[in-house]
Every structure is written in structure tokens, then in C-alpha cells.
Design a binder for this molecule. Structure first.
Ligand code: GTP
Ligand code: MG
Length: 347
């Protein structure tokens, strides 16, 4: 339980964007030093504009292109394209790094508490992690959206309270974002509900293309100085599932989903974002033992997610989260509750 003093600190931290704090936050996002496309040889403002209209907004997107596709997109000769790609790769320092360097790169990873100690423990101790994707899958009403709403509030808390002192972008594909619920969660941590709501940027995605397009906007928002620390996509798969319903469309759907997961991971790594996505389940008649449900999107989504948790209803109104295939944590279960005031260990 937070003391009165801690509560006041939370209130202060989430309260008015006074000049001091917005300056601080601005500085924080400036720390993400990103070279511009126009820093590359052969890429002037006109070519950069062409690239941007082709959806190539940052160094990473360009670095992973082939000279031929860059040539097509930007209307430059293959030689110029090759040079620009090479320069982008050098700038980004792609390739191998030793374990120490790798550890250093991970040093600025931050964490966002779910609200439940048990659930935080399951995820490694401090909740969901930046530079990675956490995927929650489960049946209708299993609590996937509730967890997302809770994270959207908690990300705003000070570091010492388990937050990341930042804003949240919430991509809502199902129209289930509920401001009233956010207010209840904010009340639950003693924060000002209106101010908490203001720090959540909500976008309704109307179809899968729109959902993909919205990701581009996030880089732009961060570059414009928004201190975004959390990205939520609820639901990740609903549009893809509805639009590519036929058997013959499965390959197309998976390819698109794969690209989307890739884009999410790139955002997470480039901007040190925590990404939380929700996913539905479908019945798997081939499964004879255990829970006969599998996540939509199969291995494409599963492999791209750093942490996957399976949510279900437990005994006596509880919820159970099971961690699946984590890179560094044992498969385990945690029991928690969805309450009016938030995600908690006890009802
Ligand atoms: P789908 O999006 O339909 O796949 O489900 P979901 O997994 O996103 O479920 P969601 O997170 O919307 O969970 C809904 C459940 O959360 C409800 O059935 C309630 O049990 C619980 N819940 C929602 N609001 C409240 C609340 O204000 N108080 C309490 N105690 N529980 C709530
Ligand atoms: Mg939901």
C-alpha cells in the first residue's frame, strides 16, 4: 500500500505539465538521437521527401532495404542507393556487438507495473519491459483490455512507483477504450483522472491498413517531443482476422502480420518503448489435452512477442496469467484480480 507521501508524489508527478517537467520530458525524448535521412550521401531534401512518401521515415527502414528497392522508391541510381544504404548501416552500427555492449544497450530499459505484484513477478519482477513486446492472449472477457487500461495509467507514474514517467499511445481496433475505466484506475492510484486521461493518446484503427499506418505517426509524435513510453494495440489481430478470413488468404494475412510485428519491434527498440498487444484465441480441435485454445496469428505473432501471457478466469473471481516461452524466465503462473480500482493481488 502506498503511503500518503507517496500518493502525493504520484499526484505531483502526474499533475500539470509545468514548464520544468515538460522541459525535462522534452530533453528525455531528445536523448533518442536519431540521424536524419538527409545526413546520408546522395539523399537531399527532395529524395528524402520521396522516401517519406513511400513510408521510409527513418534510418533503420532504409538500412534494411536493397539497393534496387531503394532505387525504385527514391528514383536514384543503384550506385547512389548502395552508397546511401551502406552509410545508413554504418551510422546505425548494425551487426555484432559484444555482450558488454549489449548489456549497456539494455541498461536504459524501463518497466511499467501492471498493478499486481504477482503479475509483475511473473514478468520478471517489475512489470512489462521497454524494448520488447508483451502479448496477452485469452478468451473474451479474460481481462486483456483491462490490463492494457491499467498499464496506460501506470506508465505515467514516477519511476520509483513502477511507472516510466511517460505518456501512452492506445491503438483501439475494437472500440473498447473506456475513459470512465481510466478514471477509476487513476482514482485507484490517487492520481487526477482528467490529467491521466490527457496523457493517453487514443486512436481508433478502422481496418488493418489504418492500423499499420498509425504506427508511422508514433515516430512522428516522439520526434515532436511527446514523451511516449508505452504503445498499446488492442486488439492486435482482430482486423487481420476479419479481413483475411478465407483459407486461401492465410498466407497474405500472416505476411502482413509479420510486417506489423516487425514494425512494432522496431518502434520499441528505436524509442525505448514498452509495447503491449492483445490477441484473441480460437478453438484448436487438434489439441486433445489441456486447454484447446491457441492464439491467433500463430508462430508469427508468438515468435515476435518477447513475452507472451495467456489470461484466463480462475477460481472465485480471480484471474490467472500464464507465461509462455519467455527468453529469460521460467514458464509460470500468477493469480490476480481485476477490481474497480485496478489490477490487484487481492479483491
Ligand atoms: P475481449 O476484448 O472481448 O476479447 O475481452 P478482454 O480480454 O479484453 O476482456 P476485458 O479486459 O474487457 O475484461 C472484461 C472483464 O473485466 C469483465 O468481464 C469484468 O469481469 C472485468 N471488469 C471490467 N470492468 C470492471 C470493473 O469496473 N470492476 C470490476 N470488478 N471488474 C471489471
Ligand atoms: Mg478487449
Amino acid at each position: 500500500m502506498a503511503t500518503k507521501k507517496e500518493m502525493d508524489e504520484i499526484k505531483d508527478a502526474i499533475s500539470d505539465e509545468d514548464e520544468e517537467s515538460s522541459k525535462k520530458k522534452k530533453k528525455k525524448s531528445d536523448d533518442v538521437k536519431e540521424p536524419e535521412l538527409t545526413d546520408l550521401p546522395g539523399i537531399g531534401p527532395a529524395v528524402a521527401a520521396k522516401l517519406e512518401s513511400a513510408g521510409i521515415l527513418d534510418m533503420m527502414s532504409l538500412a534494411v532495404m536493397s539497393p534496387a528497392s531503394l532505387g525504385d522508391a527514391a528514383g536514384v541510381s543503384p550506385a547512389v542507393a548502395r552508397k546511401a544504404i551502406q552509410a545508413a548501416r554504418n551510422m546505425l552500427d548494425l551487426g555484432f556487438c559484444d555482450g558488454m555492449e549489449f548489456a549497456k544497450k539494455r541498461a536504459n530499459v524501463n518497466y511499467i507495473t501492471t498493478g499486481s505484484k504477482n503479475l509483475d513477478e511473473l514478468l520478471g519482477g517489475r512489470g512489462i519491459e521497454s524494448k520488447s513486446i508483451t502479448e496477452a492472449f485469452g478468451a473474451f472477457g479474460s481481462g486483456k483490455t483491462q490490463l492494457g487500461l491499467s498499464l496506460a495509467v501506470n506508465v505515467q507514474m514516477p519511476l520509483a512507483q513502477g511507472g516510466a514517467e511517460g505518456k501512452c499511445v492506445f491503438i483501439d481496433t475494437e472500440g473498447t477504450f473506456r475513459p470512465e475505466r481510466i478514471k477509476q484506475f487513476a482514482d485507484g492510484i490517487g492520481a487526477n483522472p482528467e490529467k491521466v486521461l490527457k496523457n493517453i493518446l487514443v486512436a481508433r484503427a478502422f481496418n488493418s491498413d489504418h492500423q499499420m499506418l498509425l504506427l508511422e505517426k508514433i515516430g512522428e509524435l516522439i520526434k515532436a517531443g511527446e514523451p511516449i513510453r508505452l504503445l498499446i494495440v488492442d486488439s492486435l489481430t482482430a482486423h487481420f482476422r476479419a479481413e483475411y478470413a478465407g483459407r486461401g488468404q492465410l498466407a497474405d494475412r500472416q505476411q502482413k502480420l509479420n510486417r506489423y510485428m516487425h514494425d512494432l519491434m522496431k518502434l520499441a527498440e528505436t524509442y525505448n518503448l514498452a509495447v503491449y498487444v492483445t490477441n484473441q484465441v480460437m478453438a484448436n480441435p487438434a489439441q486433445m489435452f489441456g486447454d484447446p485454445t491457441t492464439a491467433i496469428g500463430g508462430n508469427i505473432v508468438g515468435h515476435a512477442s518477447t513475452y507472451r501471457i495467456y489470461l484466463r478466469r480462475g477460481k472465485a473471481g480471480s484471474r490467472v496469467a500464464k507465461l509462455i516461452d519467455s527468453p529469460n524466465l521460467p514458464d509460470n503462473e500468477a493469480v490476480y484480480f481485476v477490481t474497480t480500482a485496478g489490477i490487484k493481488d487481492k479483491e
